[in-house]
Write a protein that binds this ligand. Structure first.
Ligand code: HPA
Length: 274
């Protein structure tokens, strides 16, 4: 058995011992400031990351670390309340381990959310952006190293990472709930420093609409395992040089709190229809 599969299996054995046969259909990752959603669902079980041997622990204030299992509507979900970021110093294998775990527990769909900096072009703080594609920039590819064929192929196609039908479902739901969404390309940098104005100009030149420190690498491994993927960025601020004021994590979190109700309503309704 491959090293990664072995690690995933060990984590899953522990988690399965705590969730009484629950099989999630959808895996949801909650970005900065959006973690409350896990408290609004019908919870069946939760498992703290710190109780899972071999699981990386988040070090960021405000990021809770646990898997929450439950139902949104009729849809069984596993929610990651707190993700693992590359800038915390983990290996890329650690960063994407939870995606592989949630897939192994049964989730065939991955719903990614994050807080991101808007790169202009009509985006403003508080906007929601459906992710249509991503650019992975200066972050190592999480599939580097020996390929484990049990997970996926050596050279995965990346032409349709963000599922078109799921994007349409988000657009339709947003119209139904009257919660406007925009769409665009998300660019992942390593962080943890925010960008310089020159780097922000680079991101724009590369064709991105939003910049952040997560998500693309998670989508790469989920796509490797042939999960269906969708994502929404919540624009917590305009990126530096576009914004008049210096950026702070507090600002990102406060903006998350402000937009949380409409964001959560949208995500819940979309997942209930999955
Ligand atoms: N840049 C990078 N990551 C972010 C930002 C930003 O402006 N806002 C929230 N996450």
């Amino acid at each position: 058995m491959g090293k990664i599969v072995d690690r995933v299996d060990k984590c899953c054995d522990y988690i399965k011992s705590k969730i009484d046969g629950f099989v999630p259909k959808v895996a949801l990752i909650l970005g900065s400031g959006l973690g409350d959603l896990a408290e609004q669902i019908e919870v069946v079980a939760s498992v703290d990351y710190s109780d899972i041997q071999g699981f990386p622990q988040s070090t960021v204030a405000g990021h809770k670390g646990r898997f929450v299992f439950g139902h949104i509507g009729e849809t069984p979900v596993v929610i990651m309340q707190g993700r693992v970021h590359y800038y915390e110093g983990y290996t890329m294998e650690d960063v994407v381990l939870p995606i592989r775990i949630m897939h192994s527990l049964g989730a065939g769909t991955l719903f990614l959310t994050n807080a991101a900096g808007g790169l202009g072009d009509g985006f403003k703080a508080g906007d929601l952006m459906v992710i249509t594609d991503h650019i992975s920039c200066f972050v190592p590819n999480p599939l580097l190293g020996p390929n484990e064929d049990a997970l996926g192929v050596r050279f995965p196609d990346m032409s349709n990472v963000y599922d078109k039908d799921l994007q349409q479902l988000i657009f339709d739901t947003s119209a139904k709930l009257n919660i406007p969404v925009k769409q665009g390309v998300y660019l992942q940098l390593t962080g943890p420093s925010y960008e310089t104005p020159a780097e922000v100009r680079m991101c724009k030149l590369l064709g991105a609409s939003a910049v952040g420190m997560s998500t693309a690498v998670e989508a790469v491994v989920a796509n490797h395992m042939k999960m269906k993927i969708c994502g929404i960025s919540f624009i917590s601020n305009l990126a530096s040089g576009i914004s008049e004021t210096p950026l702070s994590h507090e600002e990102v979190k406060a903006a998350g709190d402000a937009v949380a109700p409409k964001f959560q309503a949208l995500v819940k309704e979309v997942i209930a229809s999955m």
